[in-house]
Design a protein around this ligand. Structure first.
Ligand SMILES: [Zn+2]
Length: 300
């Protein structure tokens, strides 16, 4: 299918800080708009901001045939309800009904990371691969499992961030040792700053120090990427992805991330099919394009 005969749709990617909205045709972004989520004003207000974004996009782009919305947290795609988000604070919000009432458009609904995963699979770094794993590494670590070209859509699946990598640190989830406690952006900074006299505020500073020969930066980065490698080797043994796609803020490290993880996997995998490792190619737009994919899947 070429992009010219695909539907015109609206995609909304709701995050803790902002709502990214796109007027889309397949992976082609015709226009983007942004709204602040304003979660500090309460979760009811954040829901109103999502509805405002949906209504405004519908008013501005009346040719759109459907609208897709993707949100973080525990998402029930069968009932159309956002059951829980620790980040935004809402409970049991029936987004599909609310947006349909407001716009009268068919509404696609999904989890933000799984939407990003299907977008990378269809239009991004995972194109051409049936089995892939999309892993954003940012302030948290999540995972979207793509099997036979389709997202595995269980609200509790893909929590690779809470695999026990024996980190020695307490995780926000309440137990010791999770991948998130050593390999996220904030964890890398905490580990570095606790041992160094520097007080860095971004992972890129740690990487720069590492390239300048800072031994603490080298050690902290190695611990973080080895833990990611350990988790990905475990995933590979169970689901044998053809490609693993790394996204999120930490993936901006590029080769500094890809190279050591590849080396780690080479040391751990022998008879298994060795997955390709790539950096996500849709960047910040993956969730929004994924929202558009779920919109386009709605009945005509
Ligand atoms: Zn945890």
């Amino acid at each position: 299918m070429t992009s010219s005969n695909q539907d015109l749709v609206i995609g909304l990617d709701v995050g803790g800080t902002e709502i990214k909205a796109g007027y889309l045709q397949g992976c082609e972004i015709i226009a983007t708009r942004r709204w602040a989520t304003e979660r500090e004003k309460g979760s009811d207000h954040a829901v109103d901001q999502v509805l405002l974004a949906a209504k405004s996009m519908h008013d501005e782009f009346p040719e759109a045939r459907a609208i897709g919305v993707v949100v973080p947290g525990v998402v029930n795609t069968k009932t159309g309800v956002a059951e829980y988000s620790e980040n935004i604070g809402w409970r049991n919000v029936p987004f599909v009904k609310k947006i349909n009432d407001l716009t009268k458009l068919p509404v696609g609904f999904a989890h933000d990371v799984r939407a990003g995963g299907i977008a990378e699979s269809l239009y991004g770094a995972g194109r051409g691969f049936a089995n892939s794993f999309f892993m954003p590494i940012g302030t948290g670590i999540a995972g979207a499992i793509i099997l036979d070209g389709e997202i595995y859509d269980d609200p509790y699946a893909g929590e690779i961030g809470h695999l026990d990598v024996n980190s020695g640190y307490m995780c926000a989830c309440g137990v010791m040792g999770c991948l998130e406690s050593i390999s996220t952006g904030p964890s890398i900074l905490r580990s570095y700053n606790s041992e160094s006299s520097n007080n860095f505020t971004s992972v890129s500073q740690v990487l720069e120090a590492m390239h300048n020969g800072d031994a603490i930066a080298m050690k902290v980065w190695k611990e973080a990427v080895d833990a990611i490698g350990f988790a990905l080797a475990a995933y590979t043994n169970i689901l044998a992805p053809e490609i693993i796609i790394l996204g999120g803020g930490v993936s901006k490290a590029g080769e500094d991330l890809l190279k050591p993880i590849s080396t780690y996997l080479d040391s751990r995998l022998t008879f298994q099919r060795r997955p390709k490792i790539a950096i996500a190619s849709l960047g910040d737009h993956a969730g929004m394009i994924g929202a558009g994919i779920f919109a386009a899947r709605q009945n005509k």
